[in-house]
Design a protein. Structure first.
Ligand code: IMP
Ligand code: MG
Length: 184
């Protein structure tokens, strides 16, 4: 899928595929440096993190395993409450593991804050977070994010795993939607 498939539904390309690729390369280098001599358990949060996980994990040299969680945040409408329900749990035991949560975007940060505490309570040795994108609201929550791809403005974005009504996840770039897409 690319810009030509978007017709008039695309407002702007915010981050190109090349920019994403380059930034993920830098993040992978940081991760390799920080985890030298260790083994990583990469935990992806379904479904948005699929693209970031695929690209970031292939750039990492540190020996890694991969696992997935699906969570749903109880909340009213679009605001997450921080109360989280596990829809799909990890297959692997995190006891003693160095866990890196891989995310597409951090908005309120409430979901990740809960997830991090949850994995630590199960006995993980360490839990860090890597995200492709971060919105300004995330700064208000006390969740330490070790690896951030891009700080973006407080606008709804799609592509590179991120959806609007389950669409646009397969765009190779991050873009903003034209207002009329929301209107109906
Ligand atoms: P929060 O950080 O707990 O508020 O939740 C972040 C989650 O909300 C992400 O994992 C996405 O699934 C979703 N989300 C937040 N902002 C956007 C956006 O701009 N586009 C698409 N999904 C978003
Ligand atoms: Mg997500």
């Amino acid at each position: 899928m690319d810009t030509t498939d978007m017709g008039d539904e695309l407002k702007d390309v915010l981050i190109t595929a090349d920019q994403l690729d380059q930034r993920l390369q830098e993040m992978a280098a940081d991760i390799d440096r920080d985890y030298a001599g260790k083994e990583l358990l990469l935990v992806g949060v379904l479904r948005g993190a699929v693209m970031v996980m695929a690209d970031l994990s292939r750039k990492i040299h540190t020996p890694s395993q991969m696992d997935w969680m699906a969570v749903s945040s109880y909340g009213s409408g679009t605001k997450s409450s921080g109360v989280v329900r596990i829809l799909k749990d990890l297959d692997q035991d995190v006891t003693g593991r160095d866990v890196l949560i891989v995310e597409d975007i951090i908005d309120s940060g409430l979901t990740l804050s809960w997830l991090r505490a949850n994995l630590l309570s199960r006995g993980a040795n360490s839990v860090r977070i890597a995200t492709a994108l971060r919105k300004p609201a995330a700064a208000k929550v006390d969740v330490d994010v070790a690896y951030v791809g891009f700080e973006i403005p407080d606008e709804f974005v799609v592509g590179y795993g991120l959806d609007y009504a389950e669409k646009y996840r397969n765009l190779p770039f991050v873009g903003t939607l034209a207002p009329h897409v929301y209107a109906h």
